[in-house]
Design a binder for this molecule. Structure first.
Ligand SMILES: Cc1cc2nc3c(=O)[nH]c(=O)nc-3n(C[C@H](O)[C@H](O)[C@H](O)COP(=O)(O)O)c2cc1C
Length: 247
């Protein structure tokens, strides 16, 4: 089974949740283009999410879902709004979503945690999740340590539900490679930042388009919060502060 059959989308592609970027309007544009659109919630409370879900419903009748960033101080609130607004697909990032899964499953929601290690996938499988998104360290945003190439087959071997590959995927060759590793499809984030519909500044889009293989860096490793970002002045300053053991 391929991801498009699993989700009822045209293509085997999920638009990854991206905090403060993946609005209801952006998720609807991705859904209309044939992927699974995802509304991200990092930085928002439940009421803002409710508005964004309603906005997406005005703009598309194609499937879309909600991404819960587990580090959010509003995580409980958002998990409740997901139920109240009858969201059909949920992905979770940056942590263990175990406490929310029973209520979501009871409501018939498809739950797909993002994992950066096979051990977490194995633990969460017991809650009855529907699939996993195995995200390698090539990904933009919060990252784990393992590469997509090493991680995806290990998650596939560890669990009995479908696995979607993410991290460093931006074209058809990489989708084919994800299939070769045993994934049913892919989740992408960074490449969509450069799309016309993406609500970020044009300078950010141009920086993404210009970036080459060695133009990203991981900040926050020393404080247990690794995040892959473009290697710019702010990232360099951040890394210098880290080296000096700033808080
Ligand atoms: C700017 C940015 C913000 C992101 N924010 C989130 C987020 O809020 N929640 C989440 O689960 N993943 C987040 N991600 C990860 C994406 O959903 C996706 O898994 C990742 O971008 C895939 O790797 P790629 O960037 O190499 O395509 C973010 C990624 C980027 C680039």
């Amino acid at each position: 089974m391929r991801l498009n059959e699993f989700l009822g989308t045209e293509f085997p592609i999920i638009q990854g949740g991206m905090a403060n970027i993946a609005t209801g309007e952006f998720a609807a544009a991705c859904a209309n283009a044939g992927a699974l659109g995802m509304i991200a919630t990092g930085g928002w409370d439940g009421e803002r999410l409710r508005q964004e879900i309603r906005r997406a419903r005005e703009l598309t009748n194609k499937p879309f879902g909600v991404n819960l960033m587990l580090m959010s101080p509003h995580a409980d609130d958002i998990a409740r709004v997901i139920l109240e607004e009858n969201v059909r697909v949920v992905t979770t990032g940056a942590g263990n979503p175990g406490k929310y899964i029973p209520a979501w499953k009871e409501a018939g929601i498809k739950v797909m945690p993002v994992v950066a290690a096979a051990v977490l996938a194995k633990r969460l499988e017991r809650y009855g999740v529907d699939a996993f998104i195995a995200e390698g360290t090539e990904s933009g945003g919060h990252v784990g340590e393992m590469t997509t190439m090493a991680l995806v087959p290990q998650v596939i071997d560890a669990v009995n539900v479908p696995v979607i590959a993410a991290g460093g995927i931006a074209d058809g060759r990489q989708l084919a490679a994800a299939y070769a590793l045993g994934a049913i499809g892919v989740q992408v984030g960074t490449c969509l930042l450069a799309s016309e519909e993406c609500p970020i500044h044009d300078g950010y889009k141009q920086a993404i388009l210009k970036a080459k293989d060695s133009d990203t860096v991981v900040t926050g490793r020393s404080i247990g919060g690794p995040v892959r970002v473009l290697k710019n002045k702010m990232a360099r300053t951040y890394l210098e502060l880290e080296k000096r053991n700033a808080t």
